[in-house]
Design a protein. Sequence first.
Length: 273
Amino acid sequence: MATRIGIDAGGTLTKIAYWNDEKELTLISFPSTDFQAVKGWIDAEHPLASICLTGGRAEQLKNYLLSKNEIPYIVEFDATMNGVMYQLKQENKKCESAIIANIGTGTSIHIMKNQQHSRLGGTGIGGGTLTGLGMALTGLVDYEEMIEISKEGSRTYIDVLVSDIYESNKLPIKGSLTASNFGGVALKKSDTKSNADLLAGVQGIIGEVVASLCIQVAEAHEVSDIIYIGSTLENNDLLKKIIESYTRLKQKNPVFLEKHGYSGAIGALLESI
Ligand code: ATP
Ligand code: MG
């Protein structure tokens, strides 16, 4: 039975981190639409644990838990940064200055420099876009199924590349760069677009928008490491590949952590007493 639990109640998923009886870091998540399941799990498995909450839906979850004791809350960005630092150390990764992109329901972008961190901005393009736009385009509702299918897709008829526009003219930038995400649907007029192609195209939008924003802020702040976190990367090798190759193409160093989505929960766990 855990004595301490960190919970990150996000817009889509509620992530939980704790140390099990063998002192191993243990992680579990629930949909944020099912706080009953979170409460049921705590009551059944760890009724005596002291909890620390973070995340945008922490207040709603706190009201739901009806705890007799006051549940401490830690600001989401602080929890996330603490969780990132902890994981970097555990994974022996050295990143003293970095841009950090948390690809959650939406995407939040931060900088860590000189032992301090601050939020630089963000974009509404994130994991919620992947599920929402994916759903709107294909009618599929199961997240895992969408990710699995997207791996088989081709973006050839979905996107327009720089080389599609310039053809044999002298290229001003790399021809393999995307000139227009989804522009090919209107311009290339192929009727071979499958759900797999459409979902691969959606993954392209998320990966390229997030990576290009991060690359721009990394250049402005003169840092070369970009740490990408958030549950959107969980079991999603295609998205990681898109982000990794674009980041490398722009001479920046992409860093992925093993527990992609759990930085906030781990940060909250570290604050729990
Ligand atoms: P935010 O931080 O923006 O409040 P969040 O903390 O809930 O949101 P994450 O948990 O980091 O965000 O990521 C949510 C995204 O992860 C979803 O939008 C989806 O793309 C992806 N995802 C991964 N696993 C699942 C799952 N089992 N069910 C639904 N979405 C999932
Ligand atoms: Mg989150």
